[in-house]
Write a protein that binds this ligand. Sequence first.
Ligand code: BGC
Length: 764
Amino acid sequence: MKRITPLAQSLVLGLTISLSTSAQPHQASQFRAKADSIIALMTLEEKIGQLNLPAAGDITTGQAASSNIAENIKAGKVGGLFNVKSVEKIRDIQRVAVEESRLGIPLLFAMDVIHGYETMFPIPLGLACSWDMELIERTARLAAEEASSDGICWTFSPMVDISRDPRWGRVSEGSGEDPYLGSQIAQSMVNGYQGGDLSQPNTILSCVKHFALYGASEAGRDYNTVDMSRLKMYNTFFPPYQAAVEAGVGSVMTAFNEVDGIPASANRWLMTDVLRNQWDFDGFVVTDYTAINEMTAHGLGDLKTVSAKALQAGVDMDMVGEGFLTTLQESLNEGKLSEDQIDEACRRILIAKFQLGLFDDPYRYCRAEEAEEVIFSSEHRQEAREMATQTFVLLKNENNVLPLSKDTKIALVGPLAKNRENMPGTWSVAANFSESVSLYDGLINALGDNATITYARGANIVEDALLESRVSIFGKPTYRDSRSAEEMIEEAVEVSKDADVIVAAVGEAAEMSGESSSRTDINLPTSQRKLLEALVATGKPVVMVLFTGRPLSITWANEHVPAILNVWFAGSEAGDAITDGLFGDVNPSGKLAMTFPQNVGQIPIYYNHKNTGRPLPEGQWFQKFRSNYLDVTNEPLYPFGYGLSYTTFDYGELQLSKTSLTGNETLQASIEVTNSGEYSGQEVVQLYIRDVVGSITRPMKELKGFQKISLAPGETQTVRFEITPDDLKFYNYDLDYVWEPGEFEIMIGGNSADVTTQAVQWSK
Ligand code: BGC
């Protein structure tokens, strides 16, 4: 077959290589025309080749593997590659695609750049707790700057799956339980990665995932069945995906789970009716890892059948499993699909390559010198440290144990105190784990020669060695200690003897959350609980620094440990940032983006629940024949939106501009917030609304706005929200997006459970 060089290709296309790809009004149609002129030159095999996305990294998560990647690239049978970490390697591979394949079509290079590239930011659930959209966008921007100079032009982020189930390990990768907060974060992330202009070399294509409902897998077991009403989909689980589409996300990844009885990757209603027709998505759809192949196990047929179904449903690119590569031609010959359908998928991928400027310069993302300068630079690390401090949630601080003074004698104890590798948390593909800052490092950095720190490991992550081996993976060792639990505890108590305060670094190892890390027991592991008991029994004040990728049921600790600072997995600068928090150089201001249950039996538990026909009167525990439990109250351990500060904030009266409104009027709601404590601090002021009577049942409250304010001691600020009928809208029984007149409760407060409320009547 005739080989067409890139130059000849540009002549055939009637284009010049320097043709600009920058944002122009008629850009979309230009790219489409360019893509069509390439398609006209392509063989069927080459077109199908563009739909093939093999994995080249070390992490394999699926059930099949890609074959002969190098040969396939030369044969024009690869559209992109992912998880290659090395700008030189990427340049080499791109050279093969551009110089040795017949048409010289450049490859997309993707990676799971989830919460940072080499400079790691806190896990997404932690970032969500900052409630700071500028900060979140900035993390994505910095990640894009690092990744884009190192060969990467496409990230599989953001993950926006709403979840109400902390047993599901992947809650660590998302933004928690709320559709409003989740939607804002989805947009910020997309804006951060794509920078509003994909033609810039330091922006990358974003991929929102996992479409759809992946966070609702039954019993929190990863990849499990999902079954959900359309009302719940539209009102609660869809908004963040749609928000990402509205922000212009360039690609969408399908979920592993089924949606309404059909796996997402073959669900035409989902990918074509909803995504493309209702939401006007015009990018391309990629499956998750081997998700097409997995539809055979779902019970939808053999690889040929499921591959054809996926294409027909709206999938454009097949991640890893090669179902498209090996079967689409045969399905076409059998008349099961049309060449137009293949062309359409190919066109969408080529358009993305044009948007990214890869046809102008296939090596534009390989900027080794710049990579050297920006990646893991001291500036980025400093920003990461500052950002991490904004994600910590102070869960308890009895007797103001925190902040610590720098001359306090500290006993540092716990299996996570000296573990650098675990600091970045799950999905940190490009990170150099050994360069992360542990809590021990952080304390030494802060105190220098004056440090009077004693240290003991105190406990293993978990008692069960088999369980520990399952989470001591991906270059994140847990350093299991062969001593007995008693010996370790004894040592910890011994080193605490002369200390003024004990800092206990406890919680989950990084890989106890993340993909395929579901847990049925979300207590603090027994080994660490016993350690805590012994530390508390010393009578010294104990500060629990909690590392976790999910809400945990730390009921015992909440009762017995005076101070608890939840630091999630705070990224490469974790130790320095935590130290900033412990010493009060930064006052914690994070607010939970996901409810902490009292115990696993309360799950799913979330703030925006319905009332039921037999609600328990507020403040009560048990009444026979009411919706409640015999053995535990209905309240969570810590509600959505909760988080303390070293200072205190007093809320004044909720003021409303009116209590009776008509049509498109705007309601002004305001409240005075005063810093009544001794430290400067930040507070996230939250607005919730309840639609009291509806044509369908409505949640008890829904987040509709928030503002993060900074106040000096004694300072008061009036925080104002404007509410319009748009804030009252929801999907009704016919799935029309409407608002209904009637009574609404307006609530403002510092967390979802602690609000002041006033009612308004709003008529049409
Ligand atoms: C995960 C995705 C990820 C993909 C590629 C899958 O196992 O579900 O979130 O983007 O692998 O690494």
